[in-house]
Design a protein around this ligand. Structure first.
Ligand code: GLC
Length: 650
């Protein structure tokens, strides 16, 4: 959009731009800057317009974008142009991801490079390497307490090793996802060090206070994220003699985005990683970006403005790069991280579907899909050009953050239902063989989350220990059922490393003083590659899981309706054990896949008479995964225990 004020400021900025920038060939950069500048200017003004140095800050912002563009390698610029043409590239059903810790998966970056064929064997083509940036060894929060945003953890290798890995990934058409921890830094980061040394400029990079007046006001409405290990949201710093906002651990200092210098620094860091060749950047803890006294300091409007501004600026320099929002918040809030009132994503193109994740765990524990159906019915519709990251578990804990109203609509009482889930997954419920650990127990609110490897949570660990063939069989079926759901739902399925070979809980963290108090480490294992080899031996657990997932992935990639164009219809059925939805083609009527999941340990029937199968799926039906027709008895589809179908008209 053209608007005089923004346009004349842009002219001034370009007139003043440093000669070393002006002399470059910046054609594409200028076109994109012209297209986005109105939005950039409005957002920047909205956030920082009352500052006297606003024009200078705007100048710095444009020069940061320009330098980012100048440093962008020609092949990445070509990729940008390709992705601008094929702008829906990330919605394709061809993407299947895996998240992993580099050290746990393969030792270091060179080890990871040697393992790239493993991804291709399985069919995974998007790899999220958990945070690699340099952190203090003892206080790292699993990589989320960064002390240097432009270097990597020496134990993983060097920036050159990373460069080699990225080059090879590109040759193999594997996408790379990297984290940028935008919300906070380690207290060892140089900005925090300068702040501790008393430099006011850097104290303004954080939220610091000389006494408890303001912290106490904040505390009245701010929840605690790690109540057991890091109670309270502020930490006293002796050297600085000030309180500093530290919502997560006491060594994770919150960045102050009401300071434009912080925004520009972080944009520069984002562009730095885009220029290393990351295809997708996972922006960590984005719900927390803005703090306001009297609020929970989560999901604030300004947090969205910051993300919109980051997106608009990144589009000017590196439009081929997309963002993942890590916002594990209520469904009505999470949807806003795509951007509101738009068609294309204005903030992050991809967001974690934590709602679906939690609902799947509810279905496994209750052995019915009541809350799953209810929760998905109320999942707000997202923008057209935005997609979910669907996952069963990730490196973090599992929280049961579904809507209380949905729980009530299913006939459960919210507090006791959540308590049931915690009891179930920690194995305290009589009928449960889950081996989860509590995480983030909050005595004030009664809230508890769960840690634990997928295989251990669904009973495989117990079944193996007992040598119980039936229970082993059932646990494997649940693992596959859950994957079949995230693979068909719409969005990018994100596997968690180790799950494809049934990796169990890993208790070694209990011997490490830096980790023993954080149960999330129980599901951040070191892969046992000898065990992984068993994926080639028929009849082993590893083979059964791996080969089934491999088949699922290859089928998914062939089925066009699995691409995410908001082309999913939830189908309400009488049988509460079933989760049923159809995926359809927007332009080719009749091209549909009916997805059916049975969460019960008994066979279930789906009455095809009551179902509008004409619309949902033409008969005769074929299960795409097995390549055969399913059993139909008296016009009812029979779904074996813990099984799924991907049904298409024959
Ligand atoms: C993110 C990470 C989590 C970390 C937190 C605080 O939510 O996923 O692992 O503990 O940020 O840094």
């Amino acid at each position: 959009m053209y608007e005089q004020i923004a346009h004349s400021l842009l002219n001034d900025i370009l007139n003043r731009i440093k000669p070393e920038i002006r002399d470059q060939d910046l054609r594409h950069f200028y076109t994109r800057l012209g297209a986005n500048f109105y939005a950039i200017h409005s957002l920047f003004k909205n956030l920082y317009g009352d500052r006297e140095d606003f024009d200078q800050q705007a100048q710095d912002l444009v020069e940061t974008m320009a330098r980012g563009y100048i440093n962008r390698a020609p092949e990445l610029r070509r990729l940008d142009l390709d992705r601008e043409k094929d702008f829906n590239w990330f919605l394709s059903q061809e993407w299947v991801g895996m998240a992993l810790y580099c050290d746990g998966f393969a030792g270091d970056l060179n080890g990871l490079q040697n393992k790239l064929s493993y991804f291709q064997e399985l069919g995974v083509n998007l790899v999220h390497i958990m945070p690699l940036m340099r952190c203090p060894q003892d206080k790292s929060d699993g990589g989320y307490a960064v002390s240097d945003f432009r270097d990597i953890n020496p134990a993983m290798g060097t920036m050159d090793d990373l460069g080699d890995l990225i080059a090879e990934m590109k040759q193999r058409d594997l996408l790379l996802v990297l984290d940028v921890v935008v919300n906070h830094t380690s207290d060892q980061h140089e900005w925090a060090q300068h702040a501790q040394a008393g430099e006011k400029t850097y104290q303004e990079y954080y939220y610091t206070f000389k006494n408890r007046d303001i912290p106490d006001m904040f505390e009245q409405s701010m929840p605690e994220v790690f109540p057991e290990t890091a109670p309270g949201n502020f930490t006293w710093n002796n050297q600085m003699e000030r309180w500093v906002m530290t919502v997560f651990n006491d060594y994770q200092w919150y960045l102050n985005y009401s300071n434009p210098a912080v925004f520009i620094e972080m944009l520069d860091i984002i562009l730095y990683w885009a220029n290393q060749g990351a295809d997708i950047l996972r922006l960590d803890a984005v719900a927390f970006l803005w703090k306001k006294i009297g609020s929970t300091c989560q999901n604030e409007r300004e947090a969205h403005l910051i993300l919109q501004l980051l997106k608009d600026c990144c589009q000017v320099t590196a439009p081929g790069v997309v963002f993942i929002a890590e916002a594990i918040v209520a469904p009505v809030e999470v949807i806003k991280y795509f951007g509101e009132d738009a068609v294309i994503a204005k903030e992050c193109e991809i967001a974690y579907n934590a709602t679906f994740m939690a609902l799947l765990w509810d279905a496994v524990a209750t052995k019915n899909a009541r809350l799953l159906n209810q929760g998905i019915k109320n999942l707000p519709v997202k923008l057209d050009r935005a997609t979910w990251l669907n996952y069963i578990r990730c490196h973090d804990d599992i929280g049961f953050g579904f809507d209380d109203r949905d729980i009530l609509l299913c006939g459960y009482e919210p507090v006791s239902h959540r308590k049931f889930l915690v009891d179930y997954y920690t194995g305290q419920y009589e009928d449960s063989h889950a081996k989860g650990r509590p995480f983030g127990q909050n005595l004030k609110t009664g809230d508890t989350r769960i840690s634990g490897a997928l295989a251990s949570l669904v009973g495989l660990e117990h079944a193996l220990a007992e040598n119980d063939e039936q229970a082993i069989h059932d646990s494997i079926k649940i693992i596959l059922l859950l994957h079949s759901m995230i693979m068909a739902f719409g969005g990018i399925p994100l596997f968690y490393y180790g799950d494809a070979i049934g990796t169990l809980n890993d208790d070694s963290y209990l011997n490490d003083p830096n980790k023993m108090w954080d149960s999330r480490w129980v599901h951040r294992p070191a892969i046992d590659w000898q065990k992984a080899e068993r994926r080639n031996l028929p009849d082993t657990v590893e083979f059964k899981i791996f080969s089934a997932l491999k088949r699922m992935i290859s089928v998914r990639k062939e089925v066009a309706v699995f691409a995410d164009h908001n082309n999913r219809e939830l189908i309400e059925v009488d049988n509460p054990h079933l989760f049923v939805f159809s995926r359809y083609h927007l332009r080719r009527p009749g091209e549909r896949v009916l997805v059916v999941g049975n969460f019960s340990n008994k066979p279930q029937h789906l009455n095809l008479d009551n179902l509008d199968v004409k619309d949902a799926c033409n008969r005769p039906m074929v299960d795409l995964y097995r390549g055969e027709s399913p059993e139909i008895f008296k016009n009812s589809l029979v779904i074996p225990p813990f099984s799924f179908y991907w049904l298409s008209g024959g």
